[in-house]
Unconditional design. Structure first.
Length: 198
């Protein structure tokens, strides 16, 4: 018998076809008199939704209900067992490798930092032109800003200091890069050097 706990996955998503069938008006009935021709179909106007329904509609599509506490516990246990099996396989291949350190908030912040810097062209091989994804970098920096806003008051002093330092660095790099892009845009493309010039 396996040590892995069993759990059931329940899909609570609504599919597009289900919603379309609910919202479609009834099909017009067939003419009752022969040769009566087309008929005017009048649909009753829907009553104005109450304020709470409007507020829910403004928030976007309806989300499925969250998993229950029991489902979350079972899923976490299964995930931990799967991660442990993977770590055991890695250590079997490389016995000198120790156990992986636990993932912390600082790892999350560093992941965003590295992503933003790579999107701004850092890490390019020497002699190669850096690839810049300025809009992707902006999104990553904005995600760091959201993280700072949503975790305000819930971080240790060291975590908050690390987050603020990273946010400052990537914003400064972004401003420098956008300034360079703006200057290049105003100057226009440089003409190629004349033939035979050294």
């Amino acid at each position: 018998m396996s040590d892995t706990p069993k759990f059931e996955v329940i899909d609570r998503r609504k599919f597009k076809g289900d919603e379309d069938q609910e919202n479609q008006p009834a099909a017009p009935s067939e003419p009752t008199e022969p040769g009566a021709g087309p008929q005017l179909v009048v649909t009753e106007p829907k009553p104005e939704p109450v304020a709470t329904e409007k507020a829910a509609a403004d928030q976007g599509p309806e989300m499925p209900p969250p998993p229950t506490a029991q489902e979350s516990r079972e899923q976490k246990i299964a995930y931990d067992a799967s991660a442990q099996r993977l770590e055991d396989l890695v250590r079997a291949q490389n016995p000198a490798a120790g156990a992986q350190p636990p993932i912390t908030f600082e790892h999350l912040v560093q992941q965003f930092y590295v992503s933003a810097m790579i999107q701004m062209g850092a890490g390019a091989q020497e002699g190669q032109r850096p690839r810049v994804d300025i809009m992707g970098a902006r999104n990553t920096i904005d995600l760091l800003g959201v993280l700072a806003e949503k975790t305000r008051g819930n971080l240790t002093e060291a975590e908050d200091r690390a987050l603020q330092a990273v946010l400052f660095d990537v914003r400064m790099a972004f401003m420098e890069l956008t300034s360079m892009i703006s200057l290049q845009g105003m100057q226009g493309p440089q003409p190629p050097p004349p033939q035979g010039a050294r």
